[in-house]
Design a binder for this molecule. Sequence first.
Ligand code: NAP
Length: 308
Amino acid sequence: MSEKLIHDIVIIGGGPGGMTAALYGGRAELDTLILEKNFHGGQMVSTNEIENYPALPDTNGIELSNTMLEHAKKFGAKIDYKGVDSIEIMEDGVKKLICGSDEIFTKTVILSMGSTPRKLNLDKEDKLAGRGIGYCAICDGGFYKNKVVAVNGGGDTAVEDALYLSRLASKVYLIHRRDELRANKTLQTRLFDSGVEVVWNSTIKEIKGEDKVQSIITVDKTDNSEREIEIDGLFIAIGGIPQSDLVNDLVELNKQGYIVTDEDCKTNIPGIYAVGDIRVKSLRQVITAAADGAIAVHAAEKYILENH
Ligand code: NAP
């Protein structure tokens, strides 16, 4: 019987943290495999302009994703487009990953599953998803040329989405629940110069429309007044939910479901690391995810030397 293949590093999730880990793993001549259930790049793919990644003043999410993957592959890392159903730790410390009918064995695991967009959980939100309701302005914004759209949220994503849409749509509303934005100041300055109408202190109470979105009802929390805004599309950009279900019985999570790590990206389980948006951290950006990837591999390499 042939001996089973044991990888050095398996990275679950191919966002910027995972792909940087793959680059560092490959370059350290470790047998490195990324498992990605959708597309490589993660949430970065739905970012139009990326202008805060050093030395690349003018790139975009798709371009940076493809370049990162090619860079990792150049050093021998591999990618397999499949999801992981469960992780088991064997007696010798090797980790067994179940992927459908496949079993994958590895000395270390780097968790890089990122986060997915949070929903408003309003009636009709699911029914009208793809029929006026969207979570990715870069993906679906093209449908709203010369139409009226709203974006909900006050962070970097919402403001970037509103700016992107303002170049296509005839009118853009940004609906935010407070009287100041969370987004960085550069984006705020651009927003205030863009013609986007900000609806302050307001939440969305109702989405109207049967086969497609027709309007939303907002409530201004300063006086409880309601406003009906007719729109063709609504983009919801109110943050993310960490995709940590796979490991909620395996590693320590905080109350919001983010993975707790130390500064070397180590979880509480030896040989398991977490990088990027899925871990507890103060700044979730491409650059900080990429840095995590490098740090986690450095720790994983040491663990492999000492334990396998
Ligand atoms: P975020 O920073 O968590 O902001 C979420 C926004 O949605 C906040 O303004 C929040 O309001 C609002 N919100 C949350 N729950 C809500 C609800 N139930 N109803 C209404 N509003 C709600 O999320 P993000 O903008 O997606 O950004 C995520 C991370 O990615 C951040 O670290 C961000 O810096 C980073 N990012 C960076 C860039 C860039 O640098 N180019 C681009 C995109 C994202 P409050 O402000 O009142 O809490």
